[in-house]
Design a protein around this ligand. Structure first.
Ligand code: NAD
Length: 491
């Protein structure tokens, strides 16, 4: 396929970055150049923010149903072209095409549809007592900056722009510079969907240049960001002087807690599959991946060999092959970071149970030999305080940690600076809920992982973020509650 030329989308038109510089986009499964995108600067950001600010009065004046109808039309077009979106997402990220088809693109469609409908279900809150009658109006904030990462590109981009647009904000989106293609394809569909000019804009470029200019822009009212914790810190600092509202969805070091009662009889297979899926989906590059597997000591002997066998059985290879479970990491550079983290874990005393070094290119199909393939890796023998148990690796790497009893499990689970999510595997539902009540994180799955109801809030505590996305929480983020109070004379 010929490389694509991704452009900025400003005021309803596709434009080059003003400086003319571009960023190359590679397929990490083949190392092939698949496109270029503008390396935008503050000038491009200014133009996009101005377009969004100009479009705001008319867009925010539309009824929720009219805004929702625009989003439904956009969802229809993504659905129509779902296969093209899935292929583009797989090529841009190296993820299995099967995953892009079954998760990324369906979820992007669901995001658009969900917020298109949810905004129509909003009602005015109304309070009345013997003195006063109060009506809460939710007024859209203005221009929303939506900054998204590379691991679930269209899934997370739409998770931000859909509630922003539904709530009545106009948007300047900044997809990851590593994976800008599906957002650009979405912009093309937005024209076909009849989205008014300037309502939805995209600037492409690097974080420290283009992203930082967007965050600092005085006419941006709010920032919703998903990405790394260090970036989140810098965004919080940069946004503070102008009092912009911020929502930060950051990293995780999520525990998967396996109790012995979850592996009796046939349950072993179910639990092993669930735990492996939580650790290795999308090459371990999901912020909710369970990268610390806490195992009750009495379960160790039966559970660990079964988990190792399952992990060794995962098929690493060509993302376009239907049999592939694990595709390529996002880039060769990221592969080096993951490999360095594993080497560091081994130096710290960790013992490799499987994986642990780059996949031998000769074991890969010819077209993938220059790709960034790293096998699913399990490491045991490290204290809970070791670096590999404290820092996010964001790759197909999980550590195994033994525990005895519920309180030790909870102490280890809560013993990092993160607090994004956890999963608990047990056949005892009282225990599951007892543990859930003690875990300091935003989402706890019981005998499950990544099950979602889009009405429920999702987000992290501590270094995993600030604020919640999902449902009414997301719509509320993009609006200022304004209360109008009238005197209610006592009867
Ligand atoms: P990143 O922080 O490097 O980049 C994310 C986005 O921010 C990109 O668009 C990037 O260009 C932009 N950016 C970078 N520096 C910026 C700056 N100074 N100002 C403004 N924008 C800037 O993250 P990444 O490497 O793309 O993604 C991986 C990280 O994202 C992991 O830490 C992962 O845990 C996290 N993540 C979190 C969630 C969640 O919901 N909590 C979901 C997915 C990914």
């Amino acid at each position: 396929m010929n490389p694509v030329t991704v452009l900025n989308f400003i005021d309803g038109s596709f434009v080059l970055g003003r400086g003319g510089a571009t960023i190359s986009i590679y397929n990490p499964a083949t190392s092939e150049l698949i496109g270029t995108a503008p390396d935008s600067t503050a000038h491009d950001v200014d133009a996009a923010v101005e377009a969004a600010a100009n479009a705001f009065p008319a867009w925010s004046a539309l009824s929720p149903a009219q805004r929702g109808a625009n989003l439904h039309r956009l969802a229809d077009l993504v659905e129509r072209d779902a296969e093209a979106f899935a292929l583009a997402e797989s090529r841009d990220t190296g993820k299995p095409l099967s995953l892009a088809r079954s998760v990324d693109i369906p979820r992007a469609i669901a995001n658009l549809r969900f917020f298109a409908s949810a905004v129509c279900e909003q009602t005015h809150e109304y309070f009345s007592n013997e003195h006063a009658r109060s009506i809460v109006h939710r007024r859209p904030l203005g221009v929303a900056a939506c900054i998204s990462p590379w691991n679930l590109p269209l899934y997370l981009f739409t998770w931000k722009i859909a509630p922003a647009l539904a709530a009545g904000c106009t948007v300047v989106g900044k997809p990851s510079e590593i994976t800008p293609i599906t957002a650009w394809m979405l912009a093309q569909r937005s024209i076909e969907a009849g989205m008014p000019r300037g309502v939805f804009n995209i600037v492409n470029g690097r974080g420290p240049l283009c992203g930082a200019a967007l965050v600092a822009h005085p006419r941006v009212a709010c920032i919703t960001f998903t990405g790394g914790t260090v970036t989140g810190e810098s965004i919080a600092r940069a946004a503070a002087p102008t009092f912009k509202r911020i929502a930060l969805e950051l990293g995780g070091k999520n525990p998967t807690i396996v109790f012995a009662d979850s592996i009796h009889g046939d349950d072993l297979t179910k639990t092993v599959h669930g735990v492996a899926r939580a650790a290795f989906t999308n090459q371990g590059q999901v912020c909710h991946c369970g990268s610390r597997i806490l195992i009750e000591r009495s379960a160790w002997e039966r559970f660990v060999p079964a988990l190792v066998a399952r992990t060794r059985g995962l098929c690493v290879g060509d993302p376009l092959d239907g049999a592939t479970d694990i595709g390529a990491l996002i880039s060769g550079q990221h592969l080096l970071r993951v490999a360095a983290a594993v080497d560091g874990a081994v130096r710290d005393g960790g013992h490799l149970l499987c994986g642990g070094s780059r996949v031998d290119p000769l074991q890969l199909p010819e077209q993938n030999r220059a790709g960034a393939f790293y096998p699913p890796t399990l490491i045991e023998g490290l204290p809970a305080t070791a670096k590999a148990n404290q820092e996010e690796i964001f790759g197909p790497v999980a550590t195994l940690i033994p525990f005895s009893g519920e309180s030790e499990a909870v102490a280890i689970a809560n013993g990092t600076r993160f607090g994004l999510s956890a999963s608990v595997w047990t056949s005892d539902s009282d225990r599951a809920h007892r543990i859930a009540a003690q875990l300091d994180c935003g989402t706890i799955w019981i005998n499950a992982w990544m099950l979602r109801d889009l009405r429920a809030p999702i987000g992290g505590m501590r270094a995993s973020g600030l604020g919640r996305e999902g449902g009414q929480e997301a719509l509320h983020f993009f609006a200022e509650p304004v209360v109008v109070v009238t005197h209610e004379p006592t009867q």
